[in-house]
Design a protein around this ligand. Structure first.
Ligand code: PEP
Ligand code: MG
Length: 755
């Protein structure tokens, strides 16, 4: 349906046209303006206005077509008042043939909206929050058709991410010159740093291209990038030649051929000679080639389009590398990418990293988990951002979940003061490092550290960890280019066990799958969290499990502080199988003269279906560790990695608390050594409940240890029991958090809660 069609009829193709047109604009403001103008034209209405929720208290008109020029920006309506306010408040669309008859109708003279009768308004909602309202109006009385209502609802859904990026949405108290982008809290803490863009599909589209130099310089830049990419491909091929089949290695030859051929490099050079920079020439050539591959019918050949983008990204990264800031000691690096991966993080020393910013992602992603364990502030799910310049200044506020790009001097001063204040608070907490985590009435809790990289081992010890409660062994697997050999694994495990000796170290077997994809063994699944994960993957790839367990056992010789734990267990058969493999390996190594003993074996309790199996595990395992991250995800059917449902994910949900209470009740008879190692163990409110349930082992990221210890030392188990019982009677996670937070504030723990 075109704008010339009959009023009241409107279709998806129209919407598509509007969205495509809007996305060609270069700024968020211009995109929004084009969307509003497109709707005004397509719906053939007299007025189309877009309002944005401002500072949580009012609605500001940010774009308009049909009213007098300049009216947008001047109109601000109180939230909850008038028709627009009512829509925002009730989060429901409103369609009226004669608006002036509605009891909520209020005429705001400054709006210039006098005399428009037909009214249709739709709330714009992002992650469960109303962030704006879109309204269309006609002068004459008329009813809007269902088609029109559906159309506007669809437009509202398209508008949400753009509206969220409008600077006017920021808090009025913040410095207006700042470019503040709201996301979701990924890892706590605040930092100041230098932006380093991780080359990914989305970030490449965002990166401001380097200034164009002379044609010959740009051509030289392209050639240097080709050589750098070729060197990288050859060295990767060589590194993997022992481990990959000849078939897989052929892929590298394909990459090299592409770099040597005309289609990519010669075509890019032609573009440079026609006036493009090397960066935009490569980007345009790759886009063109990928589009051509998408038209090929043969599925195999079509998939080669991915290889073109892969090689193209390598070239672009090399060009950026050559044009970016001069290499040198890199400090205070803030990594920004679509999804910064654990591999991207592992390319730096943790001390070099000041922050992580992900345009996508969620707080329970493993990137966020790793950032927490390294004490690096992180914000995830930021959404699209324009005009990012590698090397520019950025503030990461992981406590409040936003980033500020190009902060103003006053903001920088403010953050410097806050960072210093936080450092002083942490130093004060470290005073309790050698004291036990014991409540005022004598209930002792063992505080353990979660780790995954050798780099995050020492922070745990430095903060008084009494052992490692969870070593995520997959992290070295994710950050290398092929399965690490037994010798490579041995070195890592030996170092870890030695550093902590004689304290216990619980090593979890490989937990890949879900959001942890091995770069060298990618597999596609429709439902990865319910798929080939954890122990399922290891048992189906027995050589991988055997190599890992052998390395662990050999590494424990003479130290005897190893505990082995299996992730994602959901059946007795899995436990039996692992136990049998472990036993036979112990026997084999002993035959070879090594003094290895059978280590304690445990399982993660994270699949809800494992609960009824616990009594049957009595003589099969030695300990249990509750993985509340996955347990919450599976109990609530809420994907821990999906930002759209992130606000629905809460480990204080009654389902999680009741399941934990059931586990504790069962375990009173069974007597397993029981711990909690999910993120819940680092949440002060949750810790009150876990202590109330008398859980004696809590394993968490190293940076939370001093805080949680300070909390435990200031409570009595008696009070925690009472609070846990009260919480178990409530039916809502929000109410539970409020109740416990209030109690903690009364007890003087406000500083601890507010950080
Ligand atoms: C968990 O699921 O709670 C857990 C600790 O493991 P991971 O976060 O690595 O899945
Ligand atoms: Mg888990």
């Amino acid at each position: 349906m075109t704008p010339a069609g009959r009023r009241g009829e409107i279709g998806l193709s129209e919407l598509h046209r509007i969205v495509v047109d809007a996305s060609a604009a270069h700024t968020v403001e211009a995109q929004i303006d084009r969307l509003v103008s497109g709707v005004h034209q397509a719906m053939r209405v007299d007025v189309c206005s877009l309002y944005q929720v401002y500072a949580g208290t009012s609605l500001k008109m940010v774009a308009n077509r049909g009213l007098s020029a300049g009216v947008a920006g001047r109109i601000e309506l109180p939230l909850g008042e008038g028709l627009v306010g009512k829509i925002a408040f009730e989060r429901m669309p409103l369609s009226l043939a004669k608006a002036s008859r509605h009891p909520a109708y209020r005429y705001f003279p400054e709006s210039g909206e006098e005399g428009f009768e037909a009214f249709l308004g739709v709330p714009i909602v992002q992650l469960g929050q109303v962030i704006g309202v879109i309204v269309v109006q006609n002068r004459d009385e008329r009813a809007f058709s269902e088609d029109e209502q559906t159309f506007l609802i669809t437009v509202a859904a398209q508008l949400a991410p753009n509206l969220l990026r409008m600077p006017a949405l920021s808090d009025p108290r913040s410095n207006r010159a700042d470019r503040r982008m709201q996301g979701i809290r990924g890892a706590p803490g605040k930092s100041l740093g230098t932006l380093h863009l991780v080359v990914g599909e989305q970030t490449l589209q965002l990166i401001e291209e380097p200034l164009r130099r002379s044609t010959e310089e740009e051509v030289a830049l392209l050639q240097a990038a080709v050589e750098a990419a070729e060197r990288e491909i050859q060295s990767a091929k060589q590194r993997l030649s022992q481990r990959l089949s000849a078939d897989s290695l052929e892929l590298f030859d394909f990459y090299s051929l592409m770099l040597a051929g005309d289609q990519l490099v010669a075509a890019a050079e032609a573009r440079i000679r026609a006036g493009s920079s090397a960066f935009s020439a490569v980007r345009a050539t790759v886009d063109e080639l990928v589009a051509a591959f998408e038209l090929i019918e043969d599925e195999y050949l079509r998939a080669r389009g991915e290889d073109v983008s892969h090689v193209g990204n390598k070239l672009l990264a090399a060009i950026l590398g050559a044009t970016g800031p001069a290499p040198g000691p890199v400090e205070n690096v803030v990594l920004l990418g679509d999804l910064v991966s654990i591999t991207d993080m592992a390319a730096f020393d943790p001390e070099q990293l000041a922050g992580i910013l992900c345009l996508q992602g969620s707080p329970l992603s493993h990137t966020a988990v790793l950032a927490r364990s390294l004490g690096i502030p992180a914000v995830v799910g930021i959404g699209p951002v324009d005009h990012l310049v590698d090397g520019s200044r950025v503030v990461v506020d992981g406590d409040r979940g936003f980033a500020i790009f190009d902060p103003a001097p006053a903001t920088l001063d403010d953050y410097r003061a806050r960072i210093a204040d936080e450092a002083a608070y942490q130093a004060e907490l470290l005073g309790n490092k050698s004291l036990p985590a014991v409540t005022l009435d004598g209930f002792k809790v063992r505080l353990l550290a979660n780790t995954g990289l050798l780099a995050d081992v020492r922070p745990g010890l430095a903060r008084g960890a009494e052992g490692i409660g969870l070593y995520r062994s997959e992290i070295p697997f994710l950050s290398s280019e092929a399965f690490p050999t037994e010798a490579e694994q041995y070195d890592i495990y030996r170092e870890l066990l030695s550093i902590y000796h004689p304290l216990p170290v619980t090593m979890r077997t490989l937990d890949v799958g879900g959001d942890k994809q091995l770069p060298y063994l990618p597999f596609q699944e429709d439902n990865p969290s319910l798929g080939w994960r954890g122990i399922r993957f290891s048992l189906d790839n027995l050589p991988v499990l055997v190599t890992q367990l052998r390395a662990m056992l050999r590494a424990s010789v003479g130290l005897d502080n190893l505990r082995v734990m299996c992730p994602m267990v959901s059946s007795l058969a899995e436990v039996e199988e692992v136990r049998a493999v472990l036993k036979s390996l112990v026997a084999e190594l002993r035959d070879q003269g090594l003094d290895v003993g059978m280590p304690p074996l445990g399982i993660m309790v994270e699949v809800p279906g494992v609960l009824p199996l616990l009594p049957h595990l009595k003589d099969r395992v030695d300990f249990l560790s509750v993985g509340t991250n996955d347990l919450t995800q599976y109990l609530l059917a809420v994907d821990r990695g999906n930002p759209h449902v992130a606000t629905r994910y809460d480990h204080l949900h009654p389902a999680v608390l009741h399941t934990l209470a059931d586990i504790c009740r069962l375990n009173r008879k069974l007597g397993f050594d029981l711990s909690v190692c999910g993120e819940m163990a680092a949440d002060p409110v949750a810790v009150v409940l876990l202590v109330g349930l008398e859980i004696q082992n809590l394993s968490m990221n190293a940076y939370s240890l001093p805080r949680i210890k300070a909390l435990i030392r200031g409570l009595t188990v008696k009070r925690c029991r009472r609070l846990a019982n009260a919480a178990l009677k409530l039916g809502d996670a929000g109410a539970i958090r409020e109740k416990i937070s209030k109690a903690l504030r009364r007890d003087g723990f406000s500083a601890l809660l507010d950080r």
